[in-house]
Ligand binder design. Structure first.
Ligand SMILES: [Zn+2]
Length: 104
């Protein structure tokens, strides 16, 4: 291993399982700028962000989000109805004043 060069082992394009040492000069901590863990992490984060952004444009993503909204709204409607029912009972309002979709 050449200590004056980047310590990353790179896979050669031809031939699986054959590695050679990166030929670039050391930038920091024994790695070249491209292979330094910080750079690798940054690149991965960027790729992840880009992937997420492109996912958000897909029909599947939008459909999933729309469905989540429906689920949230259904839960909110249920909660509000229960609250109204409770309030109405406390106020001793006649039952017919309560809107109940299952009876109407
Ligand atoms: Zn390198």
């Amino acid at each position: 291993m050449d200590e004056t060069r980047c310590r990353e082992e790179v896979q050669k394009r031809l031939g699986w399982g054959y590695f050679y040492q990166c030929s670039r000069k050391i930038w920091k901590d024994g790695y070249c700028k491209q292979h330094h863990p910080e750079s690798v992490k940054k690149r991965q984060e960027k790729a992840t962000r880009r992937h997420e952004e492109s996912q958000k444009k897909t029909c599947w993503y939008k459909l999933n989000e729309a469905q989540k909204t429906i689920v949230d709204q259904a839960a909110e409607i249920k909660r509000l109805k229960a609250e109204l029912e409770k309030t109405n009972k406390e106020m001793r309002l006649p039952l017919f004043l309560m809107e109940r979709p299952e009876t109407g």
